[in-house]
Design a binder for this molecule. Structure first.
Ligand code: SF4
Ligand code: ZN
Ligand code: ZN
Length: 337
């Protein structure tokens, strides 16, 4: 991806890498390549990378994300966010002294999408010498996300592909975390994802979803805890990080991704607000995660819902049969034909 002159984003600007004018880095005399308006800094390549890596460690420490963690499972899809996450987690693992294990799920999507995602993930695991698992949905359960998209309705699956895919990914992440004895599952949700999620959940009053959204959830029996250490990093920062570090990542968008117009509008409005008030996204999420969510959790306590073991697979669920087994059973009849 060529970075040339002044690619301007809402809160970050690439400052004329090849341009005629020169903006100096706020920390040294080198040419700045990026402006972080929320931090009031212009940074050269070296100082941008250093800033992101130090900020990741500081925020992880402040939010106690890896306290008592012996091993973290890092979910990597091969996109910019999860590739950034993997590299930052590798720094954090060294700093805090825990192990990491990478996981990429081969979902069987599109002609090329899954292949490219796996290739990018593999390159990064190998570059960082991180042990990893590539978990094939087809090999383990006999179907793919493409099969769900083609035959799901016929099999009686009424939910949209992305919702089914989300259930499958959560199940596999938990299963692999148990297999490799990880204490926490780390995912690459970024600031923009979380802003969209919070605003759309508040708009439609989905209290259950709002309460569940947290930087860190504890392990409950066989349900391994989760952490979202990229919650305060924008997608522009993760994109800049992978580009400046020349990391392999999959640029393609999943063929099943359907931007919802309401979500797109929220994105546009939050970007406009960020343009006028730099740092407003971070402030919104900080207020939400540190003040509103804990207050709501104390009132609604969805986290105390009783978990039992799925009758079929033994994994944690609130019903008799877990959502994943329901999908697996429905697809079994179709793929057998
Ligand atoms: Fe799965 Fe939808 Fe994401 Fe594609 S866009 S990987 S189908 S959740
Ligand atoms: Zn510098
Ligand atoms: Zn099950």
């Amino acid at each position: 991806m060529p970075i040339s002159t002044t690619l301007k984003f809402e809160n970050i600007e690439f400052l004329a890498l090849e341009g005629k004018f020169m903006v100096k880095c706020s920390k040294c005399s080198e040419r700045a390549v990026i402006r972080l308006r929320y931090a009031r800094l212009n940074l050269c390549k070296k100082h941008f990378i250093e800033f992101i890596e130090n900020r990741f460690i500081k925020l992880s420490m402040k939010n106690k994300l890896f306290e008592k963690v012996g091993k973290a499972l890092v979910a990597v899809s091969g996109g910019k966010d999860s590739v950034t996450l993997l590299h930052l987690m590798s720094k954090a693992a060294e700093y805090f002294g825990f192990e990491i294990h990478g996981l990429t799920i081969d979902l069987g999507i599109g002609h090329d999408y899954s292949r490219k995602s796996i290739e990018a993930s593999l390159k990064n695991f190998e570059m960082l010498k991180i042990p990893y698992t590539i978990f094939s949905l087809k090999k383990h359960y006999g179907f793919t996300i493409d099969d769900i998209a083609s035959y799901g309705r016929e099999a009686g699956i009424k939910k949209p592909v992305c919702s089914v895919c989300g259930t499958i990914k959560r199940y596999i992440m938990n299963k692999v975390a148990l297999d490799v004895n990880a204490d926490v599952i780390v995912t690459g949700h970024n600031l923009d994802d979380i802003v969209q999620y919070v605003l759309s959940s508040v708009y439609s009053g989905r209290i259950e979803d709002i309460v569940r959204l947290s930087l860190k959830t504890p392990t409950r029996g066989k349900l391994i805890g989760r952490a979202k250490p990229l919650a305060y990093f924008s997608e522009k920062e993760t994109l800049t990080y992978v580009i400046l570090k020349k990391l392999p990542f999959n640029y393609d968008v999943c063929p099943y991704y359907r931007p919802r117009s309401f979500h797109e509008k929220i994105k546009k409005i939050s970007n406009e607000l960020e343009e006028t008030v730099p740092g407003s996204k971070i402030t919104l999420i900080r207020s939400f995660l540190e003040k509103i969510q804990p207050a709501l959790e104390a009132k609604y306590s969805f986290s105390t819902w009783k978990l039992r073991e799925c009758k079929l697979c033994g994994m944690p669920t609130t019903g008799e049969i877990c959502s994943f087994c329901k999908i697996r059973l429905a697809m079994e009849n179709i793929v057998k034909r």
